[in-house]
Design a protein around this ligand. Structure first.
Ligand code: GLU
Length: 371
């Protein structure tokens, strides 16, 4: 099986320069239709697919007939506001042919960094995937100002991969991978098929060259590689320009550079939980819960007898037994006040007790590391 055939949760980043025809400034419909065929094929095989697509600003630029050259921030924002509608509509139409629902998600840097917003975005994305939709993501360019912008979808897509614990990220770009130099100007530049660690030597290969249409260039792809690898997600840089480029990758017929992490997404996440230096509080649990935890199950509110400390949803907390021994550590799904209200109660009562329907688990097993 090729890496893409074995992917279970895949993020594909589509750069402006491959989606939008350079001279006309319009979407390459034939390319997008073929991409949709390939996405549908993966989807049918049980792989969850998330697309991170650029192109909003480029399409808006065509629509407003803006002169060539760099745009002012407010011009890019205005262009993105109309271009994003065209972009989302094109994906919706292309995937509808396969009966696949497209869901638009616009993110800002804050959504990937601020804890509560991160958790919200993660939950929404998980729900969309459970509903078999294909999220089409872009940066929320219209509201993101210079200081709070990713500015490139390479890093955004790696953050998304991290957020949803994807196992594979593919950056469809206008180059087929990483080289020791820029192959367009340096004939002796060597192709690097596999990267297991981003060393200073690898970083130096990144340079800062960017093609005219994309904001990224190789430097941001390497940063994306670093984020993805730390999250246990393998990442490919591949040439996406040709019609059928994704199919060629799925079938292993096109070469690309693979960034290969040591850990799986789940173990990377657990390592992160285990390594967090400070816990914000603790959940005391009864003997039934102790048994459930050692059997690899989630911690339900019913097994929690008391709450120590003040914490927010998503904070790392200790889980202690009756003797006060720390048994596990995990990301708690409720803030301390809410946790106090539902402790010892059945999950079915949560909505009645809190006035909203939160998660059934106090700490989900994927968010839990037993000592
Ligand atoms: N978010 C930008 C857009 O849709 C593109 C960013 C990038 O080129 O990576 O136009």
């Amino acid at each position: 099986m090729t890496p893409l055939e074995s992917a279970r949760r895949l993020v594909v980043k589509i750069g402006s320069s491959i989606l939008v025809d350079e001279t006309r400034g319009e979407i390459r419909r034939d390319w997008l239709e073929t991409l949709s065929d390939d996405v549908a094929r993966l989807h049918k095989g049980g792989c969850e697919v998330v697309l991170v697509s650029s192109g909003a600003i480029r399409l808006g630029r065509t629509h407003f007939k803006l002169a060539p050259g760099p745009l002012k921030l407010e011009e890019s924002q205005a262009a993105a506001a109309t271009g994003q509608i065209q972009l989302a509509h094109a994906y919706q139409e292309a995937l509808a042919r396969h009966g696949i629902t497209v869901a638009q998600v616009l993110l800002t840097l804050d959504d990937s960094e601020e804890r509560r917003r991160y958790l919200n975005a993660r939950q929404t994305m998980a729900t969309l995937l459970a509903m078999k939709a294909v999220p089409v993501i872009n940066e929320n360019d219209t509201v993101a100002t210079d200081e709070i912008r990713f500015g490139d979808n390479d890093r955004l897509s790696a953050r998304v991969a991290e957020m949803i614990s994807a196992d594979t990220l593919v950056l469809l770009s206008d180059i087929d991978g990483l080289y020791t130099g820029d192959p367009r100007i340096d004939g002796s530049a060597r192709f690097i098929p596999e990267i297991r660690e981003i060393t200073p030597a690898i970083e130096a290969m990144g340079g800062s060259a960017a093609s005219e249409l994309s904001n990224g260039g190789m430097a941001t792809k390497l940063i994306a590689g670093r984020i993805a690898m730390a999250a246990g997600c393998r990442m490919a840089i591949a040439d996406g320009r040709a019609v059928g480029a994704l199919a060629a990758l799925i079938d292993g017929k096109a070469r690309c550079s693979w960034f290969l992490p040591e850990a799986s997404p789940l173990s990377a996440r657990k390592k992160w939980i285990k390594g967090s230096l400070k816990t914000a509080g603790a959940l005391l649990v009864d003997d039934g819960a102790v048994r459930a935890l050692s059997a690899g199950k989630s911690l339900l509110p019913a097994g929690v007898t008391a709450i120590e400390g003040e914490f927010k949803r998503g904070d790392v907390v200790d889980v202690k037994d009756r003797a006060g021994r720390v048994l596990a550590r995990g990301l708690v799904a409720y803030a301390a006040d809410d946790a106090r209200r539902i402790a010892g109660r059945k999950s079915a009562e949560i909505e009645h007790l809190l006035g909203f329907r939160g998660r059934d688990e106090m700490v989900h097993r994927d968010d839990l590391v037993v000592e």
